[in-house]
Design a protein around this ligand. Structure first.
Ligand code: CA
Length: 231
């Protein structure tokens, strides 16, 4: 899918980061709308109809969480939050409020563009048209057929391991919070049972990672959740 020409609303009050975003995104063919204000962000999101939102959490006249809540009342556009290093609680809250992903400052152009591509790809996918086949590197997952292969060889997963992997495949490339995973795999009554995740993630890594101690596919996002890497 070509992502060129998409309009992105950038909400950031730090001049230097805004300039970095403008140069990087315009160079890649995106169109930009910019603001430094939380209140203006909601207005611009409604009137400019951007394809996605890149949003700083700390803004002079409010915070990014308010912007997410306001925009989520009428739009499902992808929202990527910009967060400072070590602010895991902010990231989790932003994702719980409805953000799609986050970038930790300082981030590279490569990371920025990769996150944007993933977010736009997920946004373009209708539920009916979502692919049931997922391949990255030597890992193949056939969701409809319930088959997982590593280097062409079938891997046997327990039903729970498969549900966990399937939940990550559905959000491939995006972070999924502990809470989201627990809810999707074990149900809404289990959202605090983070030890389930640790146990099953370790088992899954043993089966689908060539070096489980240094996972290439099932990445840990410290303090937030997990991400199935796209490459
Ligand atoms: Ca800021």
């Amino acid at each position: 899918m070509s992502t060129e020409g998409h309009k992105i609303l950038v909400v950031e009050d730090e001049q230097e980061i805004r300039r970095f975003l403008r140069v990087s995104l315009e160079h890649s063919g995106y169109r930009l709308v910019e603001t430094a204000s939380a209140k203006d962000a909601v207005v611009q999101a409604a009137t400019q109809q951007p394809d996605m939102l890149i949003l700083d959490i700390g803004l002079p006249d409010g915070d990014g969480f308010e912007v997410i809540r306001a925009v989520r009342q009428w739009s499902t556009m992808p929202i990527i939050v910009l967060s400072a290093h070590g602010q895991e609680q902010d990231k989790v809250q932003a994702l719980d409020e409805g953000a799609d992903d986050y970038l930790t400052k300082p981030f590279s152009v490569g990371e920025l563009l990769a996150r944007i591509r993933v977010a736009l790809r997920h946004a373009a996918k209708s539920p009916a048209g979502s692919a049931s086949q997922f391949t990255v590197g030597e890992l193949e997952v056939d969701l409809a057929g319930h088959v997982v292969r590593l280097s062409g060889k079938e891997v046997h997963l327990t039903p729970t391991e498969f549900r966990l992997l399937a939940a990550l495949v559905k959000h491939a490339g995006k972070v999924v919070t502990h809470r989201q995973l627990l809810k999707e795999v074990w149900g809404p009554h289990s959202v605090h049972e983070t030890q389930y995740l640790r146990v099953y993630m370790a088992a899954l890594r043993q089966k689908i990672e060539s070096t489980p101690a240094r996972p290439q596919h099932l990445r840990t996002e410290p303090g937030v959740g997990y991400r199935l890497a796209m490459g």
